[in-house]
Design a protein around this ligand. Sequence first.
Ligand code: C2O
Length: 391
Amino acid sequence: EPVLASSLGFCKTVPVLRGAPLHCCLPQPARKPIRFKYPTCESGGPPIIRERKPAHVVQNDPEYVRKYNLAYARMKALPDSDPRSFLNQWRVHCSFCNEAFKQREVPGPLGKATGVLLQVHYSWTFLPWHRMYLYYHERILADLIDDPTFALPFWNWDNQLDPIASMMPFMFLPNFPVNNSALLDANRNANHMPPKILYLGYNGRLEAEGKLNLTDEQIRYENLCVMYNQVATKISARSFLGGPYVAGTDNTAASVNVSAGETPGESGGMEIVHNVAHEWTGLINDPAHPDNEDMGNFIYAARDPIFYSHHSNVDRLWDVWKTIPDKVTIAGNRKRVDYTSSDFLDSEFTFFDENQDMVIVKIRDSLDNSKLGIKYTDVSEADNLWINYEP
Ligand code: C2O
């Protein structure tokens, strides 16, 4: 049985390492939830296309940075009661990713999902849920600056062709020549600022022990290798997107022994790579920040505007994955395809849209970015470096 959108009637606080548990609960919708519809233009034709461009490119365009910053400044200025506010946008992630809600109970003989807390990581829900989260986040930003073509950038950290691409994008950092105050976040790792390039084999513990002393050249090769192993060679939906998540699946932290290093559920290769960029960006080994704020902990990650640009790249890589022919183990070309079972396609989630309506979205609605009016700038020259990499 697919997981259905929770009624949001129940919401619990989220424990943190230090201090009082956090409230990530969302405001109640003012109107009845509506069903998702694909976007169209005003005359009913195909939607306006929003092109998401690489962060290391758009940061050179002062007009883009001005709009991007303005959109976040306005989002941050909305009152707490407004579901579009930056605070509530953060709460969406915190609540769905840190088990504040329950799965809705499913009627019928098989569906006994009673009491299981909802967790959208560690399974096949990871990519679809985050795609639709970004979709609404971006529509809200665009609406706040009255620009229907506005699109999030993507932090192209897998790009080993241009050294700038995998650094923390400059437009998120202090002392940027254009006002970017709404894009800043103090809780980022000061040792990983440019010209440091993101290392996809990163491990905070090894770094603390002084065991990560790679040259940029070595990092670049290792990054290609990680992308090749975790993305290019993942042929099945299961290996790339992650394992099934159905009504009654318990992927909560409490379902495993976290202190023994166990992770719940079954993450796909894309989620595993994505975790590394989180850990690399947030504070780590900092006694004042035991929760690895912000990016290093799912509870706090979406408080950092860089989060949405990181996830834009993750979302792009899902599209890229579907274009990779199998050159590795199967003769001929076998395309990567998503799961086709109803348990996957009919899973439901809820988001607030730019009109403050609560929308019920199914995973099947999320599978084709072109129907959502989203496209990514082609960076296939860089993608091909890891797609064609042979260790
Ligand atoms: Cu919900 Cu990058 O995490």
